[in-house]
Design a protein around this ligand. Structure first.
Ligand code: PLP
Length: 394
């Protein structure tokens, strides 16, 4: 056998391909309706001015011999790692530049980190789950097990007695449910991982959306996490980098398993597989942490938050159960009238020209649920709300 037959273990079509297919068919049938997408989690606000200025200046630097930069530092340029460490300090968390790695976004590191583990390892995921953890683990031939994230546990499962795994992906604020772990809940995961010798991969891609000051933005706000947790974060949703590509991963130098240092392993892996992120993109990302950059990003997040409030008010008026949207750009709702996820998808698309994401695409526990995002343009979100209310006779 020469081929990677694990490809055949993946779901037949990627969730968003099926969404795109149904939307294209509907657009062809009803070209006059106009479709509003609150489906894929892409942002709509452009890069802010300080980021664009820094990107542009860095491009010009690259065009002059005196300011030209060739290959950057192995873990990413120090100016950006220092700025990120400063951001962590602002959250009351100590992460040193030496622990940080700059990436082209969270997804590649979330997938690549499983290479630190042997092929026989067990990966523990939540169901419903951000599909990339599942698909990357399956492709690498890992054993994948699931913890139920259901309404009864607030979509925030905790380690159960007898629970065993080598690698656990935690996403908080969660995609797709918008649920956010409290510090006490994260402390339970940290205690479990240290006792078991497991490693937590904490995906904080949506940390900037946390509004409640009591909720943790980083796993490193929990004592003991520096010996069991890797944190992955991204500029995609916080600063509009979905198309510009930049993220960062903290692998503490204190994280060891079976006599191996995971920081050193990740450095070796990264220097083998990538020469890093372009200098202009890193300069643009560093501008996110300037006072002007932070103010602009906060303004964009406030706009997305208003969209979430507008969607939440609509669901409340219709008496549809939902969670999320307060500390997350995602609202996770129960499909009304006993519809399953794809039935509700078709109902909204055909009746209102509004596109969301069927919960069943995120796992079996997502069946009967639906995800809406607050990342649309403000006017589009308001129009989507009007259409949904009209669909239900309001
Ligand atoms: N993690 C989560 C939970 C996401 O929802 C996404 C993108 O939607 C990512 C990571 C990927 O982020 P990036 O654009 O940095 O690759």
């Amino acid at each position: 056998m020469k081929m990677n037959h694990h490809f055949s273990e993946l779901p037949g079509s990627y969730l968003f391909s099926e969404v795109a297919k149904r939307v294209a068919a509907h657009r062809a049938a009803r070209p006059e309706q106009g479709i509003i997408s609150l489906g894929i989690g892409d942002v709509t606000r452009p890069l802010c001015r300080p980021v664009v200025a820094a990107l542009a200046e860095a491009c010009f630097e690259q065009g002059r011999a005196e300011t030209f930069h060739g290959y950057g530092e192995e873990q990413g340029d120090l100016f950006l790692r220092q700025a990120i460490a400063g951001h962590y300090a602002g959250l009351g968390v100590r992460v040193e530049p030496e622990d940080l790695f700059i990436s082209d976004g969270a997804k590649s590191d979330l997938a690549g980190l499983s290479e630190l583990f042997s092929p026989g390892c067990t990966v523990l995921l939540q169901d419903p789950v951000y599909p990339a953890y599942r698909d990357a683990s399956l492709l690498a031939g890992r054993r994948v097990e699931y913890l139920d994230a259901v309404r009864e546990n607030g979509f925030l499962p905790l380690p159960e007695p007898g629970c065993r795994a080598d690698l656990v992906y935690l996403c908080s604020p969660g995609n797709p449910t918008g649920a956010v772990y409290s510090r006490e809940q994260l402390a339970a995961w940290v205690a479990w991982a240290n006792a078991q010798g497991a490693v937590l991969v904490f995906d904080a891609a949506y940390e900037a959306f946390i509004a409640d000051p009591a909720l943790p933005h980083s796993i490193y706000s929990v004592p003991g996490s520096e010996t069991c947790a890797i944190e992955v974060c991204s500029f995609s949703k916080t600063a509009g980098f979905t198309g510009t590509r930049c993220g960062y991963t903290a692998v503490p130098r204190t994280l060891q398993r079976e006599g191996l240092n995971l920081h050193d392993m990740w450095l070796r892996r990264q220097t083998t597989k990538t020469n890093g992120v372009s200098y202009p993109v890193q300069r643009g990302a560093a501008a996110v942490f300037t006072a002007e950059g932070q103010a602009a990003c906060r303004e964009n997040i406030a706009l997305y938050r208003r969209n979430a409030q507008c969607l939440a008010a609509c669901l409340e008026e219709l008496g549809i159960w939902f969670c999320g949207g307060e500390n997350s750009p995602y609202l996770w709702l129960e499909c009304p009238d006993g519809m399953d996820s794809w039935q509700f998808f078709d109902h909204l698309l055909q009746g209102a020209g509004v596109v969301g994401t069927p919960g069943s695409g995120f796992g079996k526990n997502g069946e009967g649920y639906f995800r809406l995002t607050a990342f649309g343009a403000e006017a589009d979100t308001a129009e989507a709300v009007r259409r949904i209310l009209r669909l239900y006779g309001r």
